[in-house]
Ligand binder design. Structure first.
Ligand code: FES
Length: 77
């Protein structure tokens, strides 16, 4: 199963802490995660925001993102 993470390129790259978390996830789970970067995901008021599949996560903290992804991949911390 590939998990699709959709995010705004500009907002994500302006948040080093979130970008680090995403890089950590993609390095740890290269075959399980696909990153989809949009120019804007119309979530400018909720940044950092990410969609994991069809679930929307506004104001997501980097550690929470890692936890959400691991839970969806059924990987314990
Ligand atoms: S510019 Fe990043 S969500 Fe709109």
């Amino acid at each position: 199963m590939t998990l699709h993470l959709t995010m705004c390129r500009l907002c994500t790259r302006s948040r080093p802490d979130l970008l680090r978390a995403i890089c950590q996830l993609t390095a740890s789970y290269p075959n399980e995660i696909e990153i989809i970067e949009l120019e804007c995901m119309a979530a400018c008021d909720d940044i950092p925001a990410i969609m994991i599949e069809t679930s929307y996560y506004p104001h997501v903290a980097p550690q929470d993102l890692i936890s959400h992804v691991r839970a969806l991949l059924k990987i314990s911390a």
